[in-house]
Design a protein around this ligand. Structure first.
Ligand code: PAF
Length: 289
């Protein structure tokens, strides 16, 4: 079947309602575009879940609401022609490209003034460093769910906290769908795939490997030593990051993967997440220890 491009919210909702009436399952992969193999693995996962007769929708929308004024909204990489081709090859059924005018109408009478906010697990880590970020993510994802009406939505595990916040939102607000968080895809040298990797200049690409190295070495240490104080692991990570001239640690946290509550005694099964600037690029990564 040919891939359809849909830009209008009403058209997307009509299609999704028709599919549901016809008994077809809908798998959804929300993205901000500039697709890489990590995104494509989410499409494959969605396809696997809904089956060959199901419908897979991938959305591309660079959501202004999840960027702070000082962040990279304007510079965020975009390549719609390439993304379209990749979606076609991956047999996506609908490429949904909603537009700002419909997502956040600003004209009188249709002004946008509602937000969806998760108030607990979105406050730490990414939420502490980027205080308005998750408000933008939950709001846009809730809107997209109401447009695509998916049975299942697939997110990448690189954004571990995002996956947890969306799962919580779906549970708290009774969205009738299942959230699947699929494993992070990595480059052959260990760097987690991310659209923002494109920003890395010259030697920054090599220095960015400090994130996956910190995660790996911490996991090895915890497996060997059993229980280790979070403070000691944090110091070791800070030292590794500061050995790279272009890198600056934003945070490293050790926490329970279900509640996201920080732990003082780290043991196998604890989740570790970190954010590091490499030059001007902010990268995140995480691992189950
Ligand atoms: O992970 C992303 O690309 C975005 O945060 C998402 C989920 C598409 C919402 O804009």
């Amino acid at each position: 079947m040919l891939m359809r491009k849909v830009t209008k919210v009403g058209a997307m909702q009509r299609l999704a309602r028709q599919w549901r009436q016809d008994g077809l399952r809908i798998g959804f992969v929300p993205t901000m575009g500039f697709l890489h193999d990590g995104h494509l693995s989410l499409v494959r996962r969605a396809r696997q879940i809904v089956g060959p007769k199901g419908m897979v929708v991938l959305s591309i929308y660079v959501n202004p609401m999840q960027f702070a004024p000082t962040e990279d909204l304007a510079a965020y990489p975009r390549d719609l022609a390439r993304d379209t081709e990749l979606c076609r090859k991956e047999a996506v059924d609908v490429l949904f490209l909603p537009m700002n005018e419909e997502m956040y109408p600003a004209d009188h009478g249709r002004e946008f003034s509602t937000a969806v906010v998760e108030e607990k697990i979105s406050r730490c880590m990414e939420g502490a460093s980027r205080p308005t970020h998750f408000r933008g993510v939950t709001t846009v994802v809730a809107k997209l769910f109401n447009m695509v009406l998916p049975d299942v939505a697939v997110f990448g595990a690189k954004d571990f906290q995002q996956g947890a916040v969306i799962q919580r939102m779906v549970r708290d607000l009774n969205f009738p769908l299942k959230v699947v968080v699929a494993p992070t895809l990595r480059e052959s040298d260990g760097l987690a795939m991310s659209s923002r990797n494109k920003y890395l200049q010259g030697d920054e690409r090599r220095q960015a490997l400090v994130l996956s190295r910190c995660l790996r070495q911490t996991r090895e240490r915890v497996r060997k030593e059993g229980v280790v104080a979070a403070a000691r692991l944090r110091d070791a990570v800070a030292a590794m990051v500061s050995a790279e001239p272009a890198a600056r640690l934003d945070y490293v946290e050790f926490f329970d993967p279900e509640t996201l509550v920080a732990v003082e005694a780290v043991e196998p099964g604890t989740q570790m997440a970190m954010a590091t600037f490499v030059g001007r690029t902010r990268l995140i990564d995480n691992i189950k220890l």
